[in-house]
Write a protein that binds this ligand. Sequence first.
Ligand code: 1GP
Length: 229
Amino acid sequence: LSSISASPSGRQKKRKSLAVLVDPDKFNGSETVSFLQQLPSETTHLFVGGSTDANGYTEATVKALKNHSQLPVILFPGDHTQITSFADAILFLSLLSGRNPEYLVGQQLKAVEKLKKSDLEVISTGYILVDGGTESAVARVSNTKPLSQEAVSTIVHTAIAGEFMGAKLIYLEAGSGAINPVKPKIISEVKKAISMPLIVGGGIKTDVQKKAAYNAGADMVVMGTVFEN
Ligand code: 1GP
């Protein structure tokens, strides 16, 4: 968690993080080295996960990345079956935008036994899905609705509720492959309202979009789809 810094206040230069998301279902392990070589030099973290991992490739993907990279590898799991102790940490997500108990606390309970046996750093994360302009895999698999990007105060209140519930991070998600990333206005309003690091992802494809997210207050940006090919 300490490697994902909250923006310091005042005139200090903000330290920003860039996580590249690797979806095990779409990753070719034999190309790990060339994949890593092509990532931007500013990459600070590798996330591994997907809404589903039908083939059970998560552990092999984590091992391949750990073998060839010094970057921290963090699980970003779609469900409890995607837990492997070979990673460094896990985003212990609760899908606060949704009303499906399975993704608020059910999967979390199923994860406990494995987590107790592992040395993974468990990072409590309030996960908020907003509408990215197309149905996301998160919405489909969790059977929940995203929050409209017009509902700024609902999104902000959801983030604050997450903080009150003990989350150590808030993750604003537009969904992998989103047409519309999270709007800067939402990022800045959420960042102003919480006192912990803010992660933003979904549909961020360009440097301009990434910088807009940082400037609005994201401490970490997650990019996945753009590196898949
Ligand atoms: C999805 O936020 C991540 O969970 C990354 O999204 O694949 O659109 O970059 P993209």
